[in-house]
Design a protein around this ligand. Structure first.
Ligand code: NAP
Length: 312
């Protein structure tokens, strides 16, 4: 029986692990991906985490993991398949939850959901068919395969613009396709993007279809204002149209908003007693490493407050 199970080992989960170990909690962190770090392991450069400008995302993730390891955090590689409440508890008794995984079942008094988010898909013809054959969701992971080639990025947020900047370093040409006439990305990224000679932004446009033979070679692009559809010959398309919270499994036990984010304030307390949420899967305004890390710390403090006076 654990005091706390943390599900997810991105910045929020690892921060929670550090705070939990320092608080003396008997805790377990369940990670699905054998490499800790969540979304940041695919990030080439993190330039807004205080004190370490320009750090590589993978390196930062390894530092986070080393910190948790140094304090003796217990990790298990497993995919959670369900969470059930065995005992609701009371003002004086801690609740008991069973966490089922593909690598055994675990019991705990409290849980921190730190499952983060995953890439949204376009859901257009050709997308599924060409994944790994010209369709990618990670420029940092796959960009090197496109040296000297023509690529496109779809999206207008920080990730899309960062991807386009990254790809411009080795692709002969990069198109950024965005559905509006202004980008959502931070100004500093936009300024860098607009200064690049081999990047062309295709405004007011959406992808209708991804075409190819054994690999992607063409995109059907629709101008949303004129409704005109044109061909864009590319060797690869990087989809960066945002993220979707990885919370489907918990929608029955904690209250979520219409987009699937778990509803909780800064303290991370969800609608289920003893279950807390931290990081990108929480309904909140700003999803950054620094806010995820702060969420992890806050959630552990809430776990400690919750357990005060409760018999285990
Ligand atoms: P995002 O900020 O939600 O941007 C998604 C982009 O995709 C938007 O421009 C959106 O268009 C577009 N889009 C959404 N659905 C679409 C569709 N079906 N077809 C075409 N375009 C579509 O997502 P993100 O860039 O992945 O970033 C996720 C979070 O991580 C954000 O909070 C971001 O700030 C954060 N982040 C921060 C940094 C940094 O600070 N350096 C780096 C990476 C990520 P509209 O603009 O028209 O809505």
């Amino acid at each position: 029986m654990y005091d706390l199970i943390i599900i997810g080992s991105g910045p929020a989960g690892l921060s929670a692990a550090v705070y939990a170990k320092r608080a003396g909690l008997n805790m377990l962190i369940i990670e699905k991906n054998p490499v800790s770090g969540g979304q940041i392991i695919d990030t080439y450069e993190v330039d807004n985490y205080l004190g370490i400008p320009g750090v590589n995302g993978f390196d930062l993730a390894m530092k986070f993991r080393e910190h948790a390891d140094k304090l003796g955090a217990e990790f298990v590689d497993a995919t959670v398949t369900g969470v059930t409440c065995i005992s609701k508890g009371s003002d004086t008794e801690a609740p008991v939850y069973k966490v089922a995984t593909d690598n055994g079942e675990f019991e705990t008094h409290t849980i921190i959901l730190a499952t983060g988010a995953h890439h949204s898909k376009l859901q257009i013809p050709g997308e599924e068919e060409f994944i790994g054959k010209g369709v990618s969701y990670c420029a940092t992971c796959d960009g090197a395969f496109y040296r000297g080639k023509v690529t496109a990025v779809n999206g207008g947020g920080d990730v899309a613009v960062e991807d386009a900047i990254f790809l411009s370093r080795f692709c002969s040409k990069v198109y950024l396709i965005h559905r509006r006439d202004e980008l959502r990305a931070t100004k500093i990224l936009q300024d860098e993007l607009f200064g690049l000679e081999n990047v062309e932004v295709i405004w007011d446009s959406v992808l209708k279809e991804i075409e190819g033979d054994d690999k992607v070679n063409n995109l059907k692009v629709e101008n949303v204002k004129t409704k005109e559809i044109s061909d864009l010959n590319v060797d690869g398309i990087f989809v960066a149209i945002g993220i979707h919270p990885s919370t489907d499994l918990f929608a029955d036990i904690v209250e979520c908003d219409e987009k699937g984010y778990v509803i909780a304030g800064e303290d991370g307390a969800t609608s289920a007693p003893g279950i807390f949420v931290a990081g990108d899967s929480r309904a909140k305004r700003l999803r950054q490493i620094v806010t995820a890390v702060a969420d992890g710390a806050n959630a552990v403090t809430s776990v400690q407050d919750f357990m005060v006076g409760k018999a285990k």
